[in-house]
Design a protein around this ligand. Structure first.
Ligand SMILES: *Cc1c(COP(=O)(O)O)cnc(C)c1O
Length: 481
């Protein structure tokens, strides 16, 4: 057996053979990454030799293994960061990077990335300027705020606002709003970390204005309203209207802070999507500082937007933590370009992908599903891949904590492979390049066209075919679930 080990091709010989077989690929990957993938391949073979799978030296000839080596190296030398095809129908999916950017925003990012930019230049003097100035005017115009700034994300925005305005004091919040947002962001924990003492008032389902009034004391620094985002209390429930809460805060000379969560710059209820707070309405109703995400329903880059009263925003900007939590030039470039689209709301509905996807009609979804299904059927019949394709009505979701209980009607394209289980197909599609994500429903692997782009179809079709062929080869029929 140790004699056999000596016949395993060397890494250098393998690399030369790979280079001959596919020079373009080999030159596009760092040498160290290729070496690791090659070493890993022969290590696996070594393990097989130990099990007695190989007995003669000529079974180890490089030429015999080259196609498998190439496949292995292609797969394991890919960057860890990759685009994925989102067939889940969840529009703002935190695990998949939330909002895709509008073309205008993508171009702005590219331009900012390619060279130098004026991220902190004062264009009158050529000296140091403020990065806040890039988006502040637009944010004020779109929300009606007196002043605004942008930080890394909304969690940072909430933290910075509390730390700047309320540190060492108490903030009064309704018990029904002490929510946990996916990925372990808990409002009470963030409040504690910012040195604020939380005064919970009311009960989980009901809070009255008197509850807030009773809780206000010498140490109170603010009243706070937190949008419940991904959960809703239904049934016997009451909350104090924002206006009324603002009046109470102002009676006591306190600011009202409002974490909108997803936050919107346009009113989705025009499209029958109710219940998400619009930034300008929150300020008009008397909130003194609002915070919301850039990459949820707004449809821009990851960012936390803080907007409101000028004197309060000035204190927030002066906090040294504002420097710690600042966002970078690429984010600001994308955000400004996205916000500019909102200056004409019709443009925003058309050009911001998140808004566009949220407002596709039933008919549009059905037509898209029919188109995708017929392309899949054609592909399967021309490659003799045994897989049934069915259409079924289903629901898409906004995601990102917005419109949590709202069903966006859609038509799903459901795949029922005959040679393997739907679960095996789902698993295989996680390993294709690019990976494809969908949903398992009713023993089928379902794709929701709402979050798919037509230009992704060729890659999607290829991935599905490869995944099914691979599973057919492996005879992966065992895990019917
Ligand atoms: C999503 C959310 C946050 C956190 O926002 P990120 O942009 O993910 O940091 C904070 N508060 C509420 C109410 C949210 O819905």
């Amino acid at each position: 057996m140790s004699e056999l080990f000596r016949h395993i091709p060397s890494v250098d010989a393998s690399l030369s053979a790979l280079e001959q077989a596919d020079p373009a690929f080999v030159h596009g990957v760092p040498r160290a990454v290729l070496r690791d993938a090659v070493t890993q391949f022969w290590d696996e073979l070594r393990a097989q030799i130990r099990t007695g799978a190989y007995t003669a030296p000529d079974q180890l000839a490089l030429a015999r293994h080259l196609p498998f080596l190439l496949k292995h190296v292609r797969r394991f030398s890919r960057p860890r960061f990759s685009s994925v095809i989102n067939g889940t129908g969840v529009i703002v999916h935190t695990n998949m990077g939330r909002s895709p950017l509008a073309a205008e925003a993508r171009q702005a990012v590219l331009a900012a990335a390619e060279g130098y930019c004026n991220v902190e230049l004062d264009m009158q003097t050529g000296g140091r300027g403020s990065r806040h100035a890039l988006t502040e005017g637009l944010l004020c115009r779109l929300t009606g705020a007196e002043a605004a700034l942008v930080v890394n994300n909304n969690a940072a925005a909430v933290f910075l606002v509390l730390d700047s305005l309320c540190g060492g004091g108490e903030v009064v919040v309704s018990r029904g709003e002490l929510v946990e947002i996916g990925g372990s962001f808990r409002i009470p924990d963030v409040m504690k970390k910012s040195g604020v003492t939380l005064r919970e008032v009311g009960t989980t389902n009901r809070t009255h204005v008197q509850d807030y009034r009773d809780a206000v004391g010498e140490n109170t620094r603010a009243l706070m309203r937190v949008h419940a985002s991904n959960y809703r209390i239904v049934g016997f429930h009451s909350a104090v209207a924002l206006k009324e809460l603002a009046n109470l805060a102002h009676e006591h000379g306190l600011p009202l802070l409002n974490d909108l969560g997803s936050g919107c710059l346009v009113d989705f209820s025009a499209y029958g999507l109710p219940g998400e707070p619009v930034a300008s309405s929150a300020l008009a109703d008397g909130a003194d500082v609002i915070t919301f995400s850039g990459d949820k329903a707004l449809g821009g880059p990851q960012a936390g937007i803080i907007a409101g009263r000028a004197d309060l925003i000035r204190r927030i900007k002066r906090n040294p933590l504002a420097r710690v939590l600042r966002c970078d030039k690429l984010c600001l470039a994308a955000l400004e370009a996205t916000l500019r689209l909102y200056l004409d709301p019709e443009e925003a509905w058309r050009r911001v992908p998140t808004l566009r996807m949220a407002t596709f009609s039933c008919e549009e979804m059905h037509a898209a599903a029919r188109g995708l299904a017929s392309r899949l059927r054609r592909l399967f019949s021309s490659h003799a891949v045994p897989c049934r394709v069915e259409l079924r009505s289903g629901v898409s979701r906004m995601g990102g904590g917005a419109f949590p209980q709202y069903d966006l009607p859609t038509t799903l394209v459901c795949l029922r492979p005959q040679g393997c289980s739907a679960t095996a197909l789902k698993d295989a599609l996680l390993a294709t390049d690019p990976p494809v994500l969908g949903r398992l429903e009713n023993n089928a692997f379902c794709l929701d066209p709402r979050t798919l782009k037509k230009r992704e179809y060729p890659l999607l079709l290829r991935a599905v075919r490869l995944a099914l062929e691979e599973n057919a080869l492996l005879g992966n029929t065992n895990s019917h679930t």
